[in-house]
Design a binder for this molecule. Sequence first.
Ligand code: MN
Length: 233
Amino acid sequence: MTQYLFVPPAVLSLPIRGRAERFPIHRIFCVGRNYHAHAVEMGRPVDKSMEQPFYFTKSPQTLVESGATVAYPPRTSNYHYEMELVIAVGRPGFRVSEANAHALVYGYAAGLDMTRRDLQLVARDKGRPWDTGKDIEQGSVCSEIVPMPGVVIERGAIALEVNAQTKQSSNVDKLIWNIRELIADLSTYYHLQPGDLIYTGTPEGVGAVLPGDQITGRVEGVAEIALCVGAPE
Ligand code: MN
């Protein structure tokens, strides 16, 4: 039996609706600028005929379950919410066709891709990596995983409120690259594995939160999510 110098990190996991087993997390992929109105508000419109989707990753250790209270993170004064539909991958796939992409889907969740917008934009404009803007401790929030094996979601309202005031309201039928296209394209870069999460991008209306704010959100037909922003450490 392998012996370790210290106790290895725990396996990160999420509850699965209707099951006792939990969903172990392998990797967290995020899609950038995947709703036209959000790309415009970020000052970077997308021309699908000329561009490909792009991705960044967040460490699985950044995962936090819906319902948590998280400390307002250090080194930012512009901490943003991004409400997203999340794909939970349940089968391996590499260079998967769009026609076969559904076979990788175990289910879906509602997610928050929390972002240090100030650091992200400095990094973007200086051509630096986004890690400190995106890979934030307790910055990848996710609901329970809702099993929908083989289902491709094509529409459904997606919305977010801060302190019960609506901030984001759109529909996942407005994704620039849809579920089939994302799975097929991402699988040209990575051997997708069970336990991978794919945050599919946020609609318009992103904005800042402050300590004490209550975030609520939902993807119609999938799940709800909640997060309380606590005091800074
Ligand atoms: Mn995002």
